[in-house]
Ligand binder design. Structure first.
Ligand code: URA
Length: 218
């Protein structure tokens, strides 16, 4: 399996929090705290592609030239509802100028294909070269929702090399699916798991991410 352009961020802090998150006995508060630690690290890594410019900063002692994110960039975070929302607090803190553009898709339980119900993408991109997009979906399972979203952005003229997928856990099947159509897409994840079960759930995974995060397991 070709994992080119797939970055597994496997640090001690990420791994410890992933164990907490996967544990079926972890309560909602524990799930939220562990998730937040991981989303911070993943977004920090994924956003390393943002171009910087030199700006002048005046400290209480002197003026000097320093690097900072280019303010003329358009940065978009697209959480795939509902579980993708779990990235938005980290993203808004880390990239406060970013636009949060929600994608509403659910998985048809029989076909496992994504069904659109909400799309907050802009009509078109005035300056695609200056636009950077991070698609957030905690579980890269079949990859169909992410694929649909990438297609939608590409159809609006966005450069695919400016789109990055950020996921807590990825399945080999989902990575393969995305790579078949978009080999250049970069994926950031905390783990690549064994694979999918017959219902499209990632094994060992963590169960239904939306249910675990939003406390709707029962
Ligand atoms: N969505 C989830 O929430 N969990 C999985 O394992 C796969 C898809």
């Amino acid at each position: 399996m070709d994992y080119k352009n797939v970055y597994v961020i496997s640090t001690p802090v990420v791994n410890e929090n992933l164990c907490i998150l996967r544990d079926k006995n972890t309560d909602t508060m524990g799930v939220k705290c562990a998730t937040r630690q991981i989303t911070n690290v993943l977004l920090y890594e994924a956003s390393k592609n943002l171009p910087q410019v030199e700006i002048e900063v005046e400290t209480p002692l002197m003026k000097f030239k320093a690097k900072s994110i280019d303010k003329s960039l358009r940065v978009i975070i697209s959480p795939i509802l509902r579980a993708g929302l779990v990235f938005t607090d980290s993203a808004s803190d880390m990239l406060p100028r970013a636009e949060i553009r929600h994608i509403g898709m659910y998985r048809d339980e029989k076909t496992l294909k994504p069904v659109w119900y909400y799309n907050k993408l802009p009509e078109k991109f005035e300056n695609p070269k200056k636009t950077y997009v991070y698609l957030t979906d905690p579980m890269l399972a079949t990859g169909n929702s992410l694929l649909e979203t990438i297609r939608m952005y590409e159809g609006k003229g966005l450069n695919v090399s400016h789109i990055r997928c950020v996921c807590l856990i990825a399945a080999p099947e989902g990575i393969k699916n995305i790579k078949t159509y978009y080999p250049e897409i970069e994926i950031f994840t905390a783990a690549i798991d064994q694979g999918l079960n017959e219902n499209g759930y990632i094994l060992p995974g963590l169960g239904d991410a939306g249910d675990r995060i939003f406390n709707t397991v029962k």
